[in-house]
Design a protein around this ligand. Sequence first.
Ligand code: GLU
Length: 277
Amino acid sequence: MKNVLKWPSFMLVLILSLVLSGCSTGEESSSSGGSGGSTDAKGTIEQIKERGKLIAGVKYDTKLFGLKDPASGEVEGFDIDIAKALAKQILGDETKVELKEVTSKTRIPMLQNGDIDIIIATMTITDERKEQVDFSGVYFEAGQSLLVKNDSAITGLESLGGVKVLAVKGSTSAQNIREKAPDAEVLEFDNYQDAFTALKAGKGEALTTDNIILIGMQQTDNNYKLVGGNFTSEPYGMAIRKGDTAFVEEVNSLLKSMKDSGEYDTLHEKWLGSKPE
Ligand code: GLU
């Protein structure tokens, strides 16, 4: 009698353990499939494919690289065309890209939060930033310079003692100018539109950032000139969540194929007026 009673409980334990092990396997696969943030075990490429679109963090205030036309609502520039080419490579359709505005200060947190898949936003590759994100290879070489009024007496870094210099928060430019011109008074703005508006309003005598961004500003107002040459090296890279090597390789393969096919040169000429040297 006792043995008969024990039989079902033994079976029960066996069944229960089978069910539990089955359950835990099911749970693991459903949790990795269901979550969607930066901690997702899935790589960015898989997330893009599942979603059916690439989400790129780009500038909205930087003529030549990423500028939103307030009339049409279109965002245009060198960085935007690279984002479209990446969507085409991954999804076969360059229109499958959602552009989200980033600033120099918000771009890394937005990438880390999972708000965007990639930063394509005039971003310099630095060792400090490499601690937080991974970078593609270099896709553009800029250098920091100064924008001043045509009649300004400022000729370069050596003239900045006691001068109010305008820069943007979170940029290498704001950091570098403090080192290169320690006697300047640096005023920081949230974005380049605000910084340029402040320069025009006389809130400072010079604006500092990458030469190519300053050239874009000068194209909209020829009362300003670049001075002081390039006093830093600013190699641009696309930033990717740390550890996603498959996505870094995908982006680097895009850069290589764009260079091999001549598409990179065409874009360079379209936005910057000449083929790369
Ligand atoms: N390339 C510089 C940087 O990454 C300046 C341009 C920008 O603020 O995006 O900080």
